[in-house]
Design a protein around this ligand. Structure first.
Ligand code: NSS
Length: 441
C-alpha cells in the first residue's frame, strides 16, 4: 500500500473526506476523492472491474485494476462500499465522469441481492424494503419530499395555523362503508379517521384558518390504481370562506406545489420520463364546470350516466381528456356527496361542493366545498342520510355556539404525487403502500 493510500484510508476512517456523488460529477479531472455508498452495478472484465456506486445524490462508475480489482470483485450488488479514486471525464460513463479507482473497501457485504432485471410489480412490492433503493423510487421520494414541503410553505406563508387532529374517532365523516374499526383499550369499537375535517371545523372557531397534513384511512374494497387504505391527506378549513374562495386557494396551492417541483426536481422528472411541459401549463385559473355541464360532456362522449350519480375513474378520465389543465367540477347533486355539504340556496338539489380533477387521465385529487352552518339544517340532513344525530353531538355543538359560514377541502397527497411524477399506479407514489391486499413490508 502506498503512502497516499495509507493516508487516504486513515482520513476515510475518520469519516471526514467523503464527497457526495453529485458533487464529484461536477469536479475537474484529476481531483482525488473518496465516496461512499452502495454497489448499483458491477461488471467484471477480468483485468478490469467496473463498479457503479450510488449514494442518495446520484451514481458514479469507478474502474479498478491490479490489486484494487481483487477487492472490487468481492463487492456484490448493493454491498456498502467506500471508494477512493481520481476523477476522469469519460463520455461512456453515466454522468460523463468516472473514478479511476485507487482503493475500495467493502463495509457491508451483500450476496445474491434478490432484485434482478426482470421482476414483476408484485415481486417489487414484496421486497419494497429493498426496492426503495432503486433510482426510480429515489426520484419519486425526492419529488414527494418537495410536495410535502411546498404544502406547508404555502399555508404557513398565508396565515394558516398548522394543527394536529386525532386518528381514533367515533363516527364516520365520509360514509360508513369505508370505516376501519379498531378495538379500543376499554373494549369499545372506535374507528381510524377518514378525514380530519370535523376537527378542523372545530378549530376555525379559535384560529380561523387552519390546515393539517396527516394520514387518513379508508377500508376501500375496490382495487384501483388510485386507492390506498392509508393515504396522506392535506386538509384546510377557513372561517367565513365561500366555495369560490376555497377553489381559488386550491388552484393557488396546486400551482405552488407544481412550481416547486419544477424548480427542485428537474433531474428526477427526467429520470421518470415525465413530460414537464404538461405541468408547466397548469397555471391558474383552472377550468370550472358545473356537474350538469360535466354530465352533458360525458353523454356527448357516449357514456351512460344518470344525473345524481358520483363520477368514477372512467367518467373522470373521459372528462379530463377535454382539458389541458386541472378542472373543477362544482355543484354535485346532494346524494353524490357526504352529508355535511351545504345546499346551493339557488338550487337546493345541488351542493356547494367542488372536486378538482387532474389532467392526463388522473382525475380527482381534491374534494371540498362549503359546510352546512345551521343546526336544524344539519340535523335534518343527518337524519335524511340515515345517520344518527346523537353520533355527531360535538359536531352539532359547533352550530350551537357562534356558527359561521365556512369552507374547506382535502387534497390527496399520494394522488397529487402520482400525477406530478407521471406514475401509472398510486402504490408507486409512497414508499410503503397500504392497499386492500398489502400491509407488508
Ligand atoms: O373523500 S374526499 O373527497 N373528501 C374528504 O375527505 C373531505 N372530508 C376533505 C375535506 O373537505 N376536508 O377525499 C379528499 C381527497 C380525494 O380527492 C383524494 O385525492 C384523496 O383525498 N383520497 C384518497 N387518496 C388515496 N386513496 C384513497 N382511498 C383516497 N380517498 C380519498
Amino acid at each position: 500500500m502506498s503512502a497516499y493510500e495509507r493516508k487516504a484510508r486513515r482520513r476515510v476512517m475518520r469519516g471526514t473526506c467523503f464527497r457526495r456523488i453529485a458533487e464529484v460529477l461536477r469536479m475537474e479531472d484529476g481531483s482525488r476523492v473518496a465516496v461512499r455508498g452502495w454497489v448499483y452495478r458491477h461488471r467484471d472484465l477480468g483485468r478490469k472491474v467496473f463498479v457503479v456506486v450510488r449514494d442518495s445524490s446520484g451514481i458514479i462508475q469507478a474502474v479498478f485494476d491490479g490489486e484494487a480489482a481483487e477487492e472490487a470483485r468481492k463487492a456484490g450488488i448493493e454491498a456498502a462500499v467506500m471508494v477512493g479514486g481520481v476523477v476522469k471525464s469519460d463520455a461512456r460513463a453515466p454522468g460523463g465522469k468516472e473514478l479511476v479507482g485507487e482503493w475500495i473497501r467493502v463495509v457491508g457485504p451483500s450476496h445474491n441481492f434478490p432484485i434482478s432485471r426482470d421482476v414483476s410489480r408484485e415481486f417489487l412490492l414484496d421486497v419494497r424494503h429493498l426496492w426503495v433503493r432503486s433510482r426510480r423510487m429515489n426520484a419519486v421520494m425526492k419529488i414527494r419530499h418537495t410536495v410535502f414541503g411546498a404544502l406547508h410553505e404555502y399555508f404557513r406563508s398565508r396565515g394558516y395555523y398548522e394543527v394536529q387532529c386525532p386518528m381514533f374517532i367515533t363516527a364516520a365523516v365520509e360514509g360508513g362503508a369505508t370505516l376501519f374499526p379498531v378495538k379500543y383499550v376499554d373494549g369499545s369499537t372506535v374507528y381510524l379517521t377518514q378525514s380530519s375535517q370535523f376537527y378542523l371545523e372545530a378549530l376555525i372557531y379559535s384560529l380561523e384558518k387552519v390546515y393539517t397534513v396527516a394520514p387518513s384511512f379508508r377500508a376501500e374494497k375496490s382495487r384501483t390504481r388510485r386507492h390506498l387504505t392509508e393515504f396522506w391527506h392535506c386538509e384546510a378549513e377557513v372561517a367565513w370562506a365561500t366555495l369560490d374562495d376555497i377553489m381559488r386557494v386550491e388552484e393557488e396551492l396546486v400551482w405552488h406545489v407544481i412550481q416547486r417541483v419544477l424548480e427542485e426536481n428537474q433531474d428526477e422528472l427526467k429520470l421518470l420520463g415525465r413530460d414537464v411541459e404538461r405541468l408547466e401549463e397548469c397555471k391558474p385559473p383552472f377550468y370550472r364546470i358545473s356537474y350538469d355541464e360535466a354530465i352533458d360532456i360525458l353523454r356527448n362522449k357516449g357514456l351512460r350516466i344518470e344525473w345524481g350519480e358520483d363520477f368514477g375513474a372512467d367518467e373522470e378520465r373521459a372528462l379530463v381528456e377535454e382539458f389541458d389543465k386541472p378542472v373543477f367540477v362544482h355543484r354535485y347533486p346532494e346524494k353524490a356527496k357526504a352529508f355535511y355539504h351545504k345546499s346551493d340556496p339557488r338550487r337546493p338539489e345541488v351542493t356547494l361542493s367542488a372536486d378538482l380533477l387532474a389532467p392526463e387521465g388522473y382525475g380527482e385529487i381534491i374534494g371540498g366545498g362549503e359546510r352546512i352552518e345551521r343546526l336544524e339544517e344539519l340535523i335534518e340532513k343527518i337524519k335524511r342520510f340515515g345517520l344518527r344525530p346523537e353520533d355527531y353531538e360535538w359536531y352539532l355543538d359547533l352550530r350551537r355556539y357562534g356558527s359561521v359560514p365556512h369552507a374547506g377541502f382535502g387534497l390527496g397527497i399520494d394522488r397529487t404525487v402520482m400525477w406530478i411524477a407521471g406514475l401509472d399506479h398510486i402504490v408507486d407514489s409512497i414508499p410503503f403502500p397500504r392497499t386492500v391486499r398489502r400491509v407488508y413490508p
